[in-house]
Each structure stands twice: as C-alpha cells, then as structure tokens.
Design a protein around this ligand. Structure first.
Ligand code: COA
Length: 243
C-alpha cells in the first residue's frame, strides 16, 4: 500500500506522534476504513514507549467533515455493528488515552470530526475553521461522544443549543465558548501544535502522563476518591524517582 492509499498516517517528530486523517478527496469523512486504521494507530501510539504525546490532524482542505455519508445504511446487521463498536471502541480509547493529545483543526471540523477533537485534551485551530454538529438535523444523535464531551467544555445550555441547532460557528467563536484552546495562523498550525506538546512533556514525560490521567479521570470521581488517587500516584512517582 502506498502512503497515498493509507486512510490514516502515523509519523513521529521526536517524542511526539502525529496521526493524519488522510482521505482529503472526501474532506477526511469518517469512514469505516478511517475508524479501523485510526484505532490501530491510536493503540500503536499508546503502547510505544518512545512517544510521550500525540497530535491529530487532517490532510487537505479540512480536518474532518464528519461521518462518511456514502456509508450510511450500508451495514444492515445491527448485531454486527454493535459487536464492532464493542471490539473497537475508539471513543473510549480517546477517553482513556494515557498521554496528552492535541487536535490541530483547519477548514472543517464537523460532526464526528469535531467530537473526536473534543475528546482530545487541547484543540488548536486555524482562523475561520468551521465547527458544527449537524447530526440532529439529519435525525441522528452526535454519537462520537459529543453529547458528553461538549457539556464538559462549555456551559450545558450552550452545549444543548449547539447540538440541537446544528449551526455552524467559526473557530474564533469556538474559542470564545472555550471549545477551542488556541487560534493559530494556518501556516504555523501543525508546527505550533507539535512544539506546544513537546514543551508540555519534554521535562518529565512520566509525570506528564500521571498528571494527565489524574486530571482527566479525576473529573469522573468524587473529590475524596480523586484526592486518594492523587496520593497513590504521588507515592508511585517517589518510588520511580528512587529507582
Ligand atoms: N461524507 C462523504 N463525503 C463527503 C462528506 C461526508 N461527510 N463531506 C464532504 N464529502 C465529499 C463531498 O461529497 C465532495 O466529494 P466530490 O468532490 O466527489 O463531490 C468532497 O467531499 C468535497 O466536499 P464539498 O461539499 O464539495 O466541499 P465544500 O467545501 O463545499 O463543503 C462541507 C464542505 C464540510 C461544509 C460539506 O462537504 C458538508 O456539509 N459535508 C457534510 C457534513 C455532514 O453532514 N457530515 C455528517 C455529519 S453526521
């Protein structure tokens, strides 16, 4: 398979892995092919001890135009669909991912493309990037985690309005609503995102993993359990420092 035929590319820039959605002719619409290759790439990055953080980006005119509309209704077996979801729960892999992840967004981040980005820790975006969750207008639910990730980023009223109306906003509006972490000029987007991730992890990659796990998982715990978990990892970090 040539590089052009890979739906997802996995490269490394030092200690940072870069995963590129690579179906630019379809604006990287989220297909079964992309899902399966992205899942494999994500596990490879998770298990690679030489990688400390991940940047996710899209080739061509945009990051991702959402679910591949040409695949809608092509999988008739509901049971098979459910089994694939259980075997390759991509969105849960994002949720549980132990290393910091940034999405570099440009052009379009629509539907599952935006939802995928919202499961990342940081979202850097080029000016004018279009953000939208059009699923409700198509009679569907944002099912790439969007109903859960969005209200964890923005006020729940805004989240509900955005998911129900399916309106398009720009990255700058997304920044005002705290969906976007930073606006970066298009020409610098990928380099700035990679450099940012390098500065986050280069001082102590192991601590950055522990801190990410504590912050991300702590949101799901009562404060008492979160504090206890923090103490466990602090003790582990002392042991690691002595060995
Ligand atoms: N699934 C499959 N193909 C898609 C796609 C999708 N979600 N989004 C774009 N494409 C394809 C188009 O069919 C087109 O293919 P073609 O060149 O063979 O005709 C190509 O990608 C470029 O898209 P186009 O619509 O011409 O680009 P644009 O700049 O005018 O508009 C968008 C960009 C993202 C606004 C528009 O493509 C769009 O609305 N896409 C659908 C978004 C959507 O509803 N996603 C599903 C969410 S559940």
């Amino acid at each position: 398979m040539t590089e052009k035929e890979h739906a997802v590319l996995l490269e490394k820039d030092g200690q940072i892995a870069v995963i590129t959605l690579n179906k630019p002719d379809k604006l990287n619409a989220f297909s079964v092919e992309i899902r399966d290759q992205l899942y494999e790439a994500l596990l490879a990055v998770r298990d690679d001890p030489s990688v400390d953080a991940l940047v996710l980006c899209g080739a061509g005119r945009g990051f991702c135009a959402g679910a591949d509309l040409t695949e809608f209704g092509t999988e008739p077996a509901v049971i098979r669909k459910r089994r694939v979801r259980l075997q390759r729960d991509l969105w849960d892999e994002f949720r549980r991912f132990p290393k910091p992840i940034a999405a570099a967004l440009h052009g379009f981040a629509v539907g599952s493309g935006l939802e995928m980005a919202m499961l990342c820790d940081f979202r850097f975006a080029a000016p004018g990037t279009v953000l939208s969750l059009p699923e409700a207008g198509l009679g569907m639910i944002p099912a790439a985690g969007g109903t859960q990730s969005l209200p964890r980023l923005v006020h729940h009223g805004l989240a509900l309005e955005f998911a129900l109306c399916g309106n398009r906003i720009t990255a700058e509006e997304g920044f005002e609503r705290r969906m976007i972490s930073r606006i970066v000029p298009s020409e610098d987007l990928l380099k700035t995102t990679i450099d940012y991730m390098k500065t986050l992890v280069e001082r102590n990659p192991q601590s950055s993993r522990w801190i990410k796990t504590l912050v991300a998982n702590g949101l799901e715990l009562p404060l008492s359990q979160g504090l206890a978990r923090e103490q466990v990892l602090v003790a582990r970090s002392w042991t690691a420092r002595r060995t």
